[in-house]
Design a protein around this ligand. Sequence first.
Ligand SMILES: [Zn+2]
Length: 258
Amino acid sequence: MKKTLTNERKERLAALLQLSHELGNPARPLSILGEGNTSTRLTHETFLVKASGSSLGSLGKQDVVECKAGVLLPLLDKTGPSDKEVDGALMESRVDAGAKKPSVEALFHAWLLTLPGIEFVGHTHAPSVNGVLCSPRAREFAEKRVFPDEIVCCDVESVFVPYTDPGLRLAQVIREETEAFIRKHGRPPRVVLLESHGIITIGRTTEAVLAAMLMAEKAAAIWLGAAALGGPSFLTEETKARIANRPDEAVRRNALKL
Ligand SMILES: [Zn+2]
């Protein structure tokens, strides 16, 4: 029994490191320097998250912190705790008191990992996505779709989070907007877009998180190109629903572990 748990733990850590290296790969500059972070659910009570100040591309196991979700989640119901209190909770949430400080973005990771079927979370400041999110058309990018594979990997719509101070307040607004998405669609989103900040992708596998990230970045690059030509042209609501529900697309999603 104990051996199984240890193996599961090792596999989770290895998967998280691999996802981090993919997202921090300098060949596709989704995140540079210490930007972005990743996490995975570990046990019922704990999760692994990137330590503050470490780089995704070279993340090692010493840069990953195991945190107790039960210490962080109650903060989301509080109004106005000081930065010092939030920092204190982040340090207190560590299972190993010798571990590094978790990223302040651990707060939204903790909450997103409570969603049904969500095992991995990735967050980057992808350049084309931010090209759109730092423009007046940011919300439109969340609501509309330009080609079928964008729907396969990123769903018919993304959560849109208007610019919010990073840290606790951002985690609270992500929760509000994601809960609204779940009420509307009856399922968790694949993509959460943060105005003038970046993108979060979530899923049951590392493949799903990476696919949504890369496809959103590709869609944003297409947007930027199409905008220069008077576009983009958008898929209709009917087409979006058709792609989302096609049985062959469901088979493809399964084969790709999305
Ligand atoms: Zn960020």
